[in-house]
Design a protein around this ligand. Structure first.
Ligand code: GLN
Length: 309
């Protein structure tokens, strides 16, 4: 596998880096606020087994909401579609990712999709296992396999920081427990969810995971099926309809590929049958997406005609 820095990507990064000044690092999870807002990196994993990268590509970051796609894939594989979609819907909300408002009014009464916090918490609650550590092992081993990196782990400081401050997510959990959508101990779920969100890697690992989705669930190195095709398709469809929060419509217009962002400033994007893309740019716009990361994707999409539409 050839992996190298790429001049053209370096130019693009240099062009958009100044945008980071117009964004803001997320600090509602206190430990996330410590990063350098001017960081920016991109890796592009060509399924023909070449990986190009640029910027601060060695920097690690936590996946945050990007992890929601991975937990969804795992739970769909372990539990099946009928079980999962009985408890979580398939519709975009147009609301911020942590919104509580539609939980009460939607019919039937369940989170609208697995990419908002309510839906993701319900999904994490479905990870099978006899205790927290057993569930965690299932998830992290799956993520290590997707990244082809057995070293992938979680950032304990970020996990602890979110665990201590996640009052709104706790509220979402209690509401859903009342309505029979989630079950079991909420504190255990919060620990599993905050570890999940704090899984850390660099943009290369993330691009590699994107490449698995680009290949409909196949390992780009071995050809092994890591995620069945129908489940990879479901994940990519959610990425298109809900992956960039309440900016998903505009992103579909301007870039037009499945992508998922996280408040750490990560973005995983997928150009079907071609590339997996991993981006890290922690300065966010007002909707919580990496401000320079979006611009990078838009430039690449224009130049190489990425849009699937
Ligand atoms: N861990 C974060 C939360 O639940 C993830 C949110 C995000 O990345 N949008 O608030």
């Amino acid at each position: 596998m050839k992996c190298e820095t790429n001049e053209h990507l370096e130019e693009l990064v240099a062009q958009v880096r100044s945008l980071t000044k117009h964004g803001k690092v997320a600090d509602y999870i206190p430990a996330l606020g410590k990063v350098n807002g001017e960081d920016l990196s991109i890796a592009l994993y060509d399924i023909k087994k070449e990986c190009l990268y640029a910027g601060d590509y060695q920097k690690k970051f936590t996946l945050q909401s990007i992890s929601k796609v991975l937990s969804l894939a795992l739970v769909l594989m372990e539990r099946g579609k009928d079980y999962v979609f009985e408890k979580v819907g398939m519709e975009p909300t147009g609301d911020p990712f942590n919104s509580i408002s539609k939980l009460e009014t939607s019919i039937p009464s369940k989170p609208l999709n697995p990419m908002i916090n309510a839906g993701a918490l319900a999904v994490t609650n479905m990870i099978p296992g006899y205790d927290l550590e057993d569930k965690w092992d299932k998830l992290i081993i799956f993520v290590q396999k997707l990244a082809s990196d057995a070293e992938v782990d979680y950032d304990k400081e970020v996990a602890q920081s979110e665990y201590e401050t996640a009052h709104l997510n706790r509220a979402l959990c209690y509401f859903m427990k009342q309505h029979g959508i989630i079950e079991g101990d909420i504190e255990e779920l919060m620990e599993l969810y905050t570890r999940q969100c704090s899984i850390e890697m660099n943009c290369f690992d993330l691009a590699r995971i994107g490449a698995v989705f680009a290949l409909n669930g196949q390992d780009p190195d071995t050809g092994e099926t890591i995620i069945p095709k129908d489940i990879a398709r479901i994940c990519k469809t959610f990425m298109v309809t809900c992956g960039m929060y309440d900016a998903s419509g505009e992103f579909a217009m301007k870039v037009g590929i499945p992508a998922k962002s996280g408040v750490s400033g990560g973005i995983m994007a997928v150009v079907p049958e071609k590339y997996g893309i991993g981006i890290f740019g922690p300065a966010l716009d007002e909707k919580g997406n990496s401000i320079a990361g979006l611009k990078l994707l838009q430039s690449l999409a224009n130049e190489y005609d990425f849009s699937i539409f």
